[in-house]
Ligand binder design. Structure first.
Ligand code: ZN
Length: 241
């Protein structure tokens, strides 16, 4: 099976469309979404509709739950909170219900999907530092756990080695080693590269491919401004952090 693994879309429709086109062109069998479908950006309804249509597995992110009152907005930055409140007003009842009912973690065979971390998914921890790893590998059963949340593509193995993938780099996951794989962010990358990104995973060859793609940043940024959302959320898309 080849899966496109997408995360942190954040209501960025031009970026999501670009990624879905690319996944389709590569002929992936399934698409999994690691949450934060909404928040920050200007097209929550369109992004939600595409995720519901295309993704076979979806977990909840803190922004998805913040919008429906199931995650604490007082822990959000001011601009994130403003965007979450704006999003809650835009979504209809059925869309809010879909977000509210998303699971926090999905375990399926050798694969775990969770937005932030598997130990206590609703604590929204960032697996950026080795100090965050204790207890995390023991909190899922399979070989690989796919996460998002930090908006930075990253691999950890269970020896505590941190690997930052280069552009379009392909990684061979090794037999007998377990991994955390951060899929990066479709809609608001924060690794200094403003291009949209996702991960392709082949569970037969155990190969991971980190894909980055140019997309129409201006269209996404202009839509944020036009929606009356904080200016910072429009300008940061050009910078990629
Ligand atoms: Zn996010």
């Amino acid at each position: 099976m080849r899966a496109g693994i997408i995360s942190d879309i954040h209501s960025n429709l031009p970026a999501l469309e670009k990624v879905l086109e690319d996944i389709d062109a590569r002929g992936a069998d399934e698409i999994f979404c690691l949450g934060d479908i909404v928040g920050y950006g200007a097209n929550p309804q369109e992004c939600l509709a595409l995720v519901r249509e295309k993704c076979t597995k979806v977990v909840a992110g803190n922004h998805d739950l913040g919008v429906v009152g199931k995650a604490d907005l007082s822990r959000f930055s001011t601009s994130a909170r403003i965007a979450a409140e704006w999003t809650a007003d835009v979504l209809d009842f059925d869309e809010r219900k879909y977000l509210a009912e998303l699971p926090l973690k999905i375990e399926d065979g050798d694969m775990c999907l969770v937005h932030a971390s598997p130990r206590e998914p609703a604590r929204w921890e960032y697996l950026n530092f080795i100090s965050m790893l204790p207890g995390q590998f023991a909190s899922f059963n399979g070989k690989n756990c796919f996460v998002g949340h930090s908006h930075k593509p990253l691999i950890w193995n269970d020896f505590g080695e941190k690997i930052i993938p280069d552009n379009r780099a392909t990684f061979q996951l090794e037999e007998g080693t377990r991994y955390f794989v951060n899929a990066g962010s479709i809609g608001q990358p924060r690794d200094g590269d403003p291009r949209t990104g996702y991960v392709l995973f082949d569970d037969v060859s155990s190969e991971l491919t980190f894909v980055r793609l140019d997309y129409d940043i201006k269209k996404a940024s202009d839509a944020v401004e036009k929606a009356g959302l904080p200016e910072k959320l429009a300008s940061r898309l050009y910078r990629g952090f």
